[in-house]
Design a protein around this ligand. Structure first.
Ligand SMILES: Nc1ncnc2c1ncn2[C@@H]1O[C@H](COP(=O)(O)OP(=O)(O)OP(=O)(O)O)[C@@H](O)[C@H]1O
Length: 575
């Protein structure tokens, strides 16, 4: 809860407004039964002037209760919206500083549940605090004291009732707290499941896996339901049990007052306000129970948000370093790397150099560590051991801006965002001119299909880029990578969905038009990189050979094997 205090400071006036409104509202609630008792007593003795005065006062306190209630809601809502939206923005900004390793540790689904569902729970908690928390203890103590003051002879009845109802409430709340925690964890799981299905919907459909996906989803949904039912079950016990205890107390007191009315005739006027105070006490306790539930639930969520806020980004940039682009050289010096959730190194003592303007090919079996090298060049992760340098500087000493100006990374799986084609290309260079858009599209062999759209670069990309083929998406993401004219361009198997002719055209265009750019080309097929200035051969995380195609054919058995296997396969396909 301490975590919310700095946010509350921005809403001091609203907090004061809410507190004043609550105090007024509590005062009117507790004062009304006293006025009622006075009116009854005055009616019995026929004091019509006093009846009129106190009835008017009763109406006035009623109006005050309504007005203060409205103001209370107004201020509480302003505080809640303000505090939670500030907290949400800060949490989102914090997530933006996370490295891939940070995100992987939480899982992207859990982060989105924390940003949306957990924030909603915190919102309920803050609203409850400013609507109920100050009011309820005063109401509880006030109605308890007033019930004793107006009927002191039976003080023990209301005391026993209080103990019983509080006992039931704290027992039930204790049972529920663990379930709130489980609820949020099941929410993470369920939204992870839904996210995975939606991302892989094509695979699910083509492999006819809908039935299996539905049963997995239903199982997680049932688990969530079970928790919800259990929470509802405890909730359904607390209200009838507490109400029963209160009505038994009232019946007992009415019976006791009835049997002793002759010796205490004044008690007639006490019954109605007494019932009022006992019921106020009951509702105050019930609302405290509900408020405690909202608070305990909100606290669970706040703890989950705090975990995000307290996480230090794994990758920290040097903000003091120059912001200009660096030269296009790359050096790996004895680099080893293990993924945060892995137990085996996926890169082992890798060392190589690339000079500005060179084309570097990286080949190796699937899972040999090719993409990992690319991710280390773009500093998505830091090496576990060794150094990665670009432009002669250790990446740990480079500013984030300089790195992003120097390295352009075209991912293995092309990702486009909803918006127009131009919007997507301009993610590579925000102020790209139409000429630059066209040049990048031509190099990536995307120009031809873009021109088939009447609206050309203004053609809309649908959500998850569903209106483009795999090859078109790859061409557009290559164009986005090219447009910035960065000194280093990484193409991570980025031409795999292109036909052989288009792939060759992209390579020729890259060689001709980006001759000063250091291109790191990761490829499954050797034919895609055989013209590179240097080819790195990876085998199970180790750099087993490096050199030109001709050199490797002579010196590297691994390279020869890959090349011969691929050639044999090609021949078979040609037949
Ligand atoms: N985010 C990750 N977390 C944990 N392990 C990972 C992660 N990404 C990759 N790996 C593991 O690291 C190893 C190297 O993966 P990498 O993606 O670098 O291989 P690759 O040579 O690019 O493979 P491919 O040709 O199939 O793309 C693999 O064993 C893979 O399972």
């Amino acid at each position: 809860m301490k975590q919310l205090l700095p946010y509350l400071k921005n809403y001091k006036k609203d907090v004061v407004g809410a507190a004043i409104a609550i105090l007024l509202s509590v005062f009117t609630t507790l004062y009304q039964p006293v006025l009622l008792q006075q009116v009854q007593a005055e009616l019995l003795v026929g004091q019509s002037g006093a009846v009129l005065r106190d009835t008017s006062l009763l109406v006035a306190t009623g109006i005050l209760a309504i007005v203060s209630g409205v103001f209370n809601v107004f201020y509480a809502a302003r505080i809640t919206q303000g505090v939670v939206s500030d907290l949400r923005e800060d949490t989102y900004a914090k997530i933006q500083t996370f490295s891939l390793a940070n995100i992987q540790k939480f899982s992207s689904e859990s982060l989105s549940v924390r940003l949306i569902n957990d924030m909603q729970q915190v919102m309920n908690m803050v609203m409850t605090i400013f609507m109920q928390l100050l009011r309820l203890p005063i109401m509880m103590i006030g109605s308890f004291v007033m019930a004793i003051v107006i009927l002191p002879r039976y003080w023990w009845a209301v005391f026993v009732m209080l103990v019983l109802v509080l006992g039931i409430g704290s027992y039930v709340l204790g049972k529920m707290t663990g379930d709130f925690e489980k609820f949020q964890i099941y929410m993470d799981k369920l939204s992870g499941r839904a996210g995975e299905f939606l991302q892989g919907v094509r695979v699910v459909k083509s492999f006819n896996q809908e039935g299996q996906e539905i049963s997995k989803f239903n199982k997680d949904s049932d688990d969530l339901n079970q928790i919800n039912i259990r929470i509802g079950y405890w909730f359904s016990i607390i209200i009838p049990a507490a109400t029963l205890v209160s009505y038994l107390t009232i019946s007992l007191v009415v019976y006791l007052v009835g049997t002793s009315i002759l010796s205490h005739p004044g008690d007639v006027t006490v019954i109605s306000p007494y019932v009022n105070y006992v019921l106020t006490l009951l509702f105050a306790i019930l609302f405290v129970g509900m408020a405690m539930m909202a608070i305990s639930r909100g606290n669970v969520s706040l703890k989950r948000i705090k975990e995000v806020m307290d996480t230090e980004p794994d990758v920290v940039f040097n903000d003091q370093a120059p912001k200009d682009a660096l030269a296009g050289s790359i050096e790996f010096r004895d680099v080893s790397f293990t993924y945060p959730d892995g137990d085996q190194p996926v890169l082992k003592h890798v060392s190589f150099k690339a000079d500005p303007g060179q084309m570097i090919g990286i080949v190796g079996a699937t899972g040999s560590g090719k993409s990992t090298i690319a991710q280390l060049i773009d500093r998505l992760y830091d090496p576990t051991a060794g150094k990665v340098k670009i432009g002669g500087s250790n990446l740990k000493e480079v500013s984030e801006e300089a790195l992003h100006k120097t390295v352009s990374y075209v991912l293995q799986k092309p990702v486009l965002f909803s918006g127009t084609i131009a919007d997507n290309l301009r993610q590579g260079k925000a102020d790209a001119t139409p000429y630059e858009l066209e040049r990048a599209a031509q190099i990536a062999q995307a120009s031809e299909f873009i021109q088939t759209y009447g609206d050309s670069f203004n053609h809309e990309v649908e959500e998850r880029s569903a209106n483009f083929s795999g090859g078109q998406k790859q061409r557009l993401s290559i164009a986005r990578g090219i447009i910035a004219d960065s000194p280093i361009l990484i193409l991570d198997d980025s031409t795999s969905a292109l036909d052989a002719k288009s792939e060759k055209l992209v390579q020729e265009a890259l060689e001709k038009k980006l001759s000063k750019t250091t291109v790191v080309m990761i490829a499954e097929k050797i034919v895609s990189v055989m013209h590179a200035d240097k080819i790195l051969v990876l085998d199970d995380g180790k750099l087993v050979a490096q050199g030109t195609h001709q050199e490797l054919l002579k010196s590297s058995p691994v390279y020869q094997e890959i090349y011969q296997t691929q050639k044999a396969k090609e021949r078979k396909e040609d037949l």
